[in-house]
Design a protein around this ligand. Structure first.
Ligand code: FMN
Length: 469
């Protein structure tokens, strides 16, 4: 039996995926600005042999008519949020095996600066960095924070493709392997004939440079993606090596898995070249009743207002301003479409009303799949879900630190291990080799980014000429 790829979701704020979980009496998440909190958490995950810790991020907040709703500040939703890319630098030092995956939005970070930052992190972590490439949730308020107009939804993904091409050229196309000589006696740091100028003139982004960072173990960070709109899945199929899906319904997940694999092959990529993970919230305890109580404890912390603010942050739609008895009107959601599409009826089923959507979102929030039960019950459902959808793994979305982790590590992982579904050891050192065992630390040859690799050049070094007087 193949082990699942298992990661863990965190935000660098006091809340988890949804719900005002910071208020839970057992939650230590108010320490989120204390580096020791993250160091301890990463050590715990490494000890348990998780494949990676993922730090999600957005620059956006909920806004309604240009204002942040008070509930967002009162319940610590998106504000406060600190910079998780900086956190990765610290965890790169305190861990040695755990993969470190972090979001950086293509809409806002200049591609050259982004590429250099991630190359540096890949060096520091010795090849354990992954990049979650998103165009960005809460796009309207994030754009305002950067003094930009809101870029339309699909255009953000067009820009994302261009952004990817530029960054891939920097990572793959500038320095040949072996270009670093670092020979003190010969007085040569780099073989100038093997360091190539990178020229990219895209519709949205351009560069003409010599990339400044020498190749890191993976060169390109492992490429993750997380937006499940139609255009988002297209972007994923072209660029991503791993995709996070929101586990809304089994049928939708199975359809998305099939679509991503088919589209990836359409881009010339090998079958199985995209690994797909679904977000999963687990409430487990030795008895079923106790597990149900744990879930209820979390639900009790969440109000209509909180759920509506979380929904507006991800869609731009204020459910509380709509007629609760009516279905969601046809709205062109430029902020994010996954959480609108998620509630549209499929195959002619009855449309949910606004009230039903709010109730559903209140109980599940951005979390997709929720499994509640004994470790055996949860493991059964995970296996069943994966078998029926063709998923490769799960992204746990914990709500209480450290409580949810200890439940998963002490109760669920032993059951999954017994069934051969969870790793018992770390194999390779880089994140890419853990996700694609035996395929080496570098981007696969069939990924579009591999086309940017330079032909080994016999060109002469370009020495400066002395101007003759
Ligand atoms: C497990 C998971 C993690 C996600 N992480 C992020 C994230 O860190 N930042 C972000 O902006 N969007 C994240 N998203 C995606 C957003 O929910 C949203 O779908 C997306 O940003 C908007 O694109 P779309 O319209 O294609 O859905 C995540 C989604 C899932 C399912």
């Amino acid at each position: 039996m193949k082990p699942f790829i298992l990661g863990v979701f965190q935000l660098m704020n006091p809340n988890g995926m949804s719900g005002a979980s910071w208020r839970h009496p057992d939650n230590t998440s108010l320490d989120f600005m204390d580096i020791d909190y993250w160091v301890k958490l990463a050590a715990m995950l490494e000890e348990a042999k998780f494949d990676f810790l993922f730090l999600a991020d957005t620059y956006g907040t909920p806004i309604v008519d240009g204002e942040i709703p008070a509930v967002a500040l009162e319940q610590a939703m998106n504000v406060p949020t600190a910079d998780p890319v900086s956190l990765m630098s610290a965890l790169a030092v305190t861990t040695t095996k755990l993969g470190l995956v972090v979001t950086s939005a293509t809409t806002f970070e200049p591609p050259y600066a982004h590429a250099r930052r991630f190359s540096t992190l890949d060096h520091f972590s010795r090849g354990r960095i992954g990049w979650n490439m998103v165009t960005g949730a809460s796009a309207e308020s994030a754009a305002k924070a950067f003094g930009q107009p809101l870029t339309p939804h699909d255009k953000r993904y067009d820009m994302g493709d261009d952004y990817l091409d530029l960054t891939l050229k920097l990572w793959e196309g500038s320095w040949e392997d072996g270009a670093v000589i670092a020979d003190k006696a010969a007085g040569i740091y780099a073989d100038a004939s093997r360091v190539h100028r990178v020229v990219h003139r895209g519709e949205y982004y351009s560069t003409d440079c010599t990339y400044q960072v020498i190749p890191s173990p993976q060169r390109t960070p492992v490429l993750f993606q997380a937006g499940s709109s139609g255009r988002g899945l297209e972007f994923a199929a072209r660029n991503a090596e791993c995709v996070f899906l929101q586990g809304t319904s089994l049928a939708k997940v199975a359809a998305s898995v099939t679509e991503i694999h088919a589209k990836a092959q359409g881009f010339g990529r090998a079958p199985g070249s995209v690994k797909i993970l679904v977000g999963l919230s687990v409430f487990t305890a030795p008895t079923h009743e106790e597990a149900v109580r744990k879930y209820q404890d979390l639900l009790d912390l969440t109000t209509d207002e909180f759920a509506a603010a979380a929904y507006v942050a991800n869609t731009g739609i204020n459910l509380l301003a709509l007629d609760p008895s009516q279905p969601l009107p046809k709205i062109d959601a430029q902020q994010g479409q996954s959480n609108v599409d998620r509630y549209r009826s499929q195959n002619g089923e009855k449309e949910l009303t606004v009230r039903e959507i709010l109730d559903e979102f209140k109980s599940r929030g951005l979390r997709g799949l929720v499994l509640v039960g004994t470790p055996e019950e949860v493991a059964d459902q995970m296996e069943d879900y994966a078998d029926q959808t063709g998923l490769d793994g799960f992204l746990f979305e914990p709500h209480i630190v450290p409580g949810t982790y200890t439940d998963i590590i002490d109760l669920l992982l032993p059951v999954l291990r017994e069934r051969g579904r969870a790793a018992t050891e770390y194999g390779a050192d880089t994140l890419r080799e853990r996700i694609f065992p035996g395929e080496g630390p570098r981007l696969a040859a069939h990924h579009p980014g591999a086309a940017f690799r330079p032909e080994p050049a016999p060109a002469q070094p370009r020495h400066l000429q002395t101007v003759k007087g």
